[in-house]
Write a protein that binds this ligand. Structure first.
Ligand code: MRU
Length: 349
């Protein structure tokens, strides 16, 4: 995707260094974070310098490759095992992270070069899958469609294009008029900060809405379709995604709004039989209690936005049961969220 007329991917690797767009500073500052070691890359994933299922998957694959590059000959195996555990403990919910680590780890048994090559392949595949999701998803969008989305499942959340936003980019590029309702997505405001920034860059008409507005807009017939991303999809089609997704899906059902998930096959985890097997991340309460942004001096600072002394519960994801989901847009086509369609998706692998 283009930023200031230059093509960028969200994350890439040159030599031993992993480069990534610093998402904690967006939309106020655009800068590139350089992770020189596997530990730096783990820090970037944990602190959400890089975030979003596909992007942290690619970063985790690169981190595993960095571990192979850094491993001393003497303690090679111990180093690799330790690094794998460190990477896998950064964030628990997005399936793509574990998918990438496993693939690069397995490739590294052949050679260090094979590990690096595999990590690059995973990043390329993520970008290609997102592009295909855009093409399939475009069929669901009519000229004049008003689309609601939650969190950020645009190109910042993947290596390029994104998932939920990719069909919107294709619709816009193919000349359809689209309008996007962007859920703010508290507590970290990925919608207000990242999705809105992406749509601004692409010149796509949109407006940010508070998280509690969706039901009213849907009840008034002002939303034609809702599309969100996914962090992990169970074998029965239940979907873990950013907290708040479940509420939207239930409300969409009530008001007859089609509710689609957009995700590549690397987000499916058939070892989870249903959503209740998915580990849900709980994060620091300060993400709820404080907000950050440029103060008058222009410096980005945090301010308290809640009653001093109160604590906060910060559950980062929820699980939407398959029954509320109209379909899942994948890089291989649009499927129903059920065991048969999901099994068929993997039959050719
Ligand atoms: O910002 P994160 O990494 O905590 O959130 C993950 C997500 O990006 C969303 O849940 C998104 O909708 C899933 S698709 C990347």
């Amino acid at each position: 995707m283009k930023v200031n007329n230059r093509e960028y991917r969200t994350v890439w690797m040159e030599g031993n260094v992993v480069f990534m767009i610093e998402q904690n500073l967006l939309p106020f500052e655009f800068s590139i974070y350089e992770a020189r070691t596997c530990l730096n890359t783990c820090h970037a994933i944990r602190t959400m310098i890089i975030r979003g299922a596909g992007a942290i998957g690619a970063a985790a694959g690169f981190a595993m490759a960095q571990a192979f590059l850094e491993a001393p000959r003497k303690e090679f195996t111990d180093h690799i095992e330790r690094a794998r555990k460190q990477i896998e403990s950064t964030r628990p919910t997005a399936r793509n992270l574990f998918y990438a680590v496993e693939k690069v780890y397995d490739a590294g048994r052949k050679s260090v070069a094979a590990a690096v090559e595999k990590a690059r392949e995973i990043a390329d595949a993520d970008a290609n899958d997102s592009r295909m999701i855009g093409q399939y998803g475009n069929d669901l969008i009519r000229d004049g469609s008003r689309i609601e989305t939650h969190c950020n499942a645009g190109w910042l959340a993947f290596v390029d294009y994104g998932t939920a936003l990719s069909p919107i980019y294709f619709a816009h590029e193919t000349g359809k008029n689209v309008f996007v309702y962007v859920d703010e997505t508290r507590p970290r405001s990925q919608g207000a900060r990242l999705t809105a920034w992406e749509l601004n860059q692409a010149g796509i008409p949109h407006t940010i809405i508070p998280d509690n507005s969706g039901a009213f807009l849907m009840s008034e017939g002002r939303v034609d379709i809702m599309i969100t991303g996914a962090d992990r999809i169970a074998a029965n089609g239940d979907v873990a995604n950013k907290i708040g997704t479940l509420e939207k899906a239930v409300v969409a059902r009530e008001f007859g709004v089609p509710f689609y998930i957009a995700a590549p096959t690397s987000t499916f985890d058939r070892s989870c039989r249903s959503g209740s097997d998915i580990e849900i991340e709980e994060r620091d309460e300060n993400e709820v209690l404080y907000q950050s942004g440029p103060v008058r001096s222009g410096r980005i600072e945090e301010i308290l936005v809640a009653s001093p002394g109160s604590g906060a519960l910060n559950i980062a994801f929820d699980v939407t049961p398959a029954k509320y989901i109209t379909g899942i847009i994948t890089e291989k086509g649009i499927i129903r969220p059920d065991e048969n369609d999901i099994r068929a998706l993997f039959d050719d692998k």
